[in-house]
Design a protein around this ligand. Sequence first.
Ligand code: FES
Length: 146
Amino acid sequence: MSNADIYHEMIVDYSRNPINYGEIENHDVTFHDSNPLCGDSIDIDMKIDDQKVTDIKFHGKGCAICMACSSVLTEITKGKSLEDVRKIEKNDILSELGLEHLQAVRIKCALLSLKVLKSALYTYIAKNMSDLEGMDKLKDEAASLY
Ligand code: FES
């Protein structure tokens, strides 16, 4: 079996049996976004304690790539400090599924969950932030994501 076959199987598996799929009722932050081209949409809920993501779940609908990337991303994020979640980059997800050379039209499928995660993170940090300088840095970071 080639690497491409293995990655393909992983994507199909994750899309049929997504990991961390569901909702967290008493979440500390939640965010929703969608891909306007196809209408697929993802929500991410996070529970945050002592500056760490103690639980994370996603729900919504998406293509196989979108669901697989959401599963991988939530797995990578769980247990990380907020500082480390800030450092998660698109290749951290793409490389897990052999998607580094994905066509431009599909890249939004792969990165929808990352966009939602970062937006949830920035929302949480901004709510709990008091210094304006830090807020400007956060806005620059959000603007340079894609
Ligand atoms: Fe909608 Fe992939 S086709 S996210």
